[in-house]
Structures are given as structure tokens and as C-alpha cells.
Design a protein around this ligand. Structure first.
Ligand SMILES: Cc1ncc(COP(=O)(O)O)c(C=O)c1O
Length: 332
């Protein structure tokens, strides 16, 4: 990947003369069956541009309370786009973070002078805080079709859309078919140092390109970064199943340990959300204390709440390292 980055041809992407960025954007748009794509520095910026391109200040976004857009993006939807958020719950859904048409229907308020205008519905696939779970295809189609019929634009936060496609055994086009825009990260499972894409129709991407400049996200010789993306699509896409298998193996091993108390069968992709047992919290401390303890043992992980730790499998880990990690965790 580093060699591909060093050897690629570059231009000035703000002036649309960087051939490598253009190649990455065209290739990605094709993979998702959309007209256009825009290369941006981060998933957060891709999501914010999707909001900016499809809403106006004062509009309402409908999404899940555990969505990355609401939870982890610094409130950009409000601070920069001037939108509010109304939550759609997952009470009647098969998995956390997955929203049915019925729950979306309950959240959409009628047109009324008192209410903000509902404009955008966003979903996350895979759903990070839901445990890396994948939207079932039938629910995806039904909920997004319902949103479109209700006059909403639909955006998919597809930071890990590649993992969703791998887990379901479907192509990226099917996952993008019921969404107007989709963001996809190169810097997670695909292993690039930097970069995400926003994908959609030409008009929306043209607006997003303008807003990207406004936000300071126009990069000049960005081909060095786009080359990493092209390399990852060639070499790292087809291997994601290995990460999923290693996550399943890790989850099964952790679930056997007295320090954890969770159902490993809920792991669907490369994220393992492992809930600590009461005993582990009483004996040592909450997930933040455990995160430090694990880090000291050479295991990097993330405390996602007081009692749950997220472990991620990725392309830099092989089977021997997973065995080693399981052994080290088990000995704590
Ligand atoms: C679901 C989801 N969306 C968006 C992002 C944002 O990506 P970035 O860190 O590149 O801004 C992340 C990052 O973890 C994520 O998990």
C-alpha cells in the first residue's frame, strides 16, 4: 500500500485534476451503483456533507439514539448544519440499532407550523454501537422505502458497509439501492491511513463538493491517499471474512471467561462488544479501568460504556495473534 501511495500520479483535487482521486471516486460510485462519489478526509465529514447536501438549517433528521452521527460526531448536525434530531427507536426490531418502518412511522410527525420539517432519515450499516450488527435485507428495503414514500431523503452511514456486504454475501449495489447517499470509510476494515467517500447522485455530490471546500476538506495532491484506497479495494476487500471469523472466535473464547457476561452469538462482523461480569467490575473496576489494564497487557480495546468493552479484529491480526490475545486476556 505504501509503495502504491508513493508511486501514484497526482494533480490538484480541488481543481479536479488529480487522476488518482478521480479514479477512486469513479470506481467507488460504480461499485455502489450510483452516479458519483466524493473523496473526503473522514467518515465524520462524509456524514456531515450528506446532511449539509440534503437539509437546510432548521430541518429535522430522524435517526437512532445510538447512531454515530448523533453520538460521536461532535454535534456537527446541529453546530454546522443547524438541524435537530428526532430519535427512532428499535423496540420492535430484531437487533439493536435497526429501525423498522413501523417505528419510523411513529417518529415522523405530521406537517404542522409548530414542528421542524423532517428531511433526512439516517441508518448505520453495520451498526457500531448495536454491536457491529448488519441490517437484514428485508428490513433495510422496507424501512428505507417507507422513508422515501414519506418524502425523506435517506442516508446510510456505511463506515463499515464493506463488512455488511461480506456478512450478508451481497454486493454493495444492493445495500445502496434504497439509500440516496452512502458514506464508506477506507480507514477502518480496509486498512487505509486516511479517507472516506460520500456516494450518491451527481447533483447531491456536486453540492457536497462545494460544501467540502467550505469546510476546508478540499485536499490538493490527495492522490497519495486515494492510491491507498484503490489498493485496498484490490487487496483488502475480499479478505474481510477472515476478520469476521476471528471476531467470532474471540467472542466465543471471551464469553467462556468469568470476567465477561455476554452472548457471543450476537457477534456478526468484526466488532466484539463484550460486557463485563458483575464480578469483574466489583473485583477490578468498570470498563474504563479494564481498558487500561488490557492496554498494559498489550491489548488495545475501547470502553464503550461503563460495563462494555469493544474489541475489533482487523487486517493486522492473524490467527496466532488472536490466540495470544485470548491467552493474555484470560490470564488477567
Ligand atoms: C459508524 C461510524 N460512522 C462514522 C465514523 C466516523 O469515521 P471517522 O473516524 O473517519 O470520522 C465511524 C468511526 O468510528 C463509525 O464507526
Amino acid at each position: 500500500m505504501r509503495k502504491a501511495m508513493a508511486n501514484t500520479e497526482v494533480g490538484d483535487d480541488v481543481m479536479r485534476t488529480d487522476p488518482t482521486v478521480i479514479a477512486l471516486e469513479e470506481r467507488t460510485a460504480g461499485l455502489f451503483g450510483k452516479q458519483a462519489a466524493l473523496f473526503v478526509p473522514s467518515g465524520t465529514m462524509a456524514n456531515l456533507l450528506a446532511i449539509l447536501a440534503q437539509t437546510s438549517a432548521g430541518d429535522e433528521i430522524l435517526t437512532h439514539s445510538e447512531s454515530h452521527i448523533f453520538y460521536y460526531e461532535g454535534g456537527g448536525y446541529a453546530a454546522v448544519a443547524g438541524c435537530s434530531i428526532k430519535f427512532v427507536d428499535d423496540a420492535d426490531s430484531p437487533k439493536p440499532g435497526i429501525m423498522t418502518a413501523a417505528s419510523l412511522g411513529k417518529a415522523i410527525r405530521p406537517s404542522d407550523v409548530h414542528f421542524p420539517t423532517p428531511k433526512l432519515f439516517t441508518i448505520e450499516n453495520t451498526h457500531n454501537r448495536g454491536g457491529g450488527v448488519v441490517w437484514p435485507m428485508d428490513v433495510l428495503k422496507e424501512t428505507c422505502t417507507f422513508a422515501k414514500e414519506a418524502g425523506l431523503c435517506v442516508h446510510t452511514d456505511g463506515a463499515r458497509i464493506w463488512n455488511a456486504a461480506c456478512a450478508l454475501g451481497v454486493d454493495l449495489q444492493s445495500l445502496a439501492a434504497h439509500t440516496d447517499t452512502i458514506s464508506a470509510c477506507l480507514s477502518k476494515g480496509l486498512g487505509c491511513p486516511v479517507g472516506s467517500l460520500l456516494i450518491g447522485d451527481q447533483e447531491t455530490i456536486d453540492i457536497a463538493r462545494h460544501k467540502r471546500k467550505m469546510l476546508g476538506g478540499g485536499m490538493r495532491q490527495a492522490g497519495v491517499l486515494a492510491a491507498a484506497g484503490l489498493y485496498a479495494l484490490d487487496h483488502h476487500l475480499d479478505r474481510l471474512g477472515e476478520d469476521h471469523a476471528r471476531a467470532t472466535k474471540t467472542a466465543s473464547a471471551l464469553a467462556e471467561m468469568p470476567m465477561f457476561d455476554f452472548d457471543p452469538a450476537k457477534v456478526e462482523t468484526n466488532l466484539v462488544y463484550a460486557k463485563l461480569s458483575e464480578q469483574a467490575v466489583e473485583a477490578v473496576g468498570d470498563a474504563f479501568v479494564w481498558q487500561d489494564k488490557l492496554e498494559a497487557a498489550g491489548i488495545l480495546c475501547y470502553a464503550e460504556s461503563v460495563d462494555t468493552i469493544r474489541f475489533v479484529t482487523h487486517l493486522d491480526l492473524d490467527d496466532a495473534m488472536i490466540e495470544e490475545a485470548i491467552g493474555r486476556i484470560g490470564s488477567l
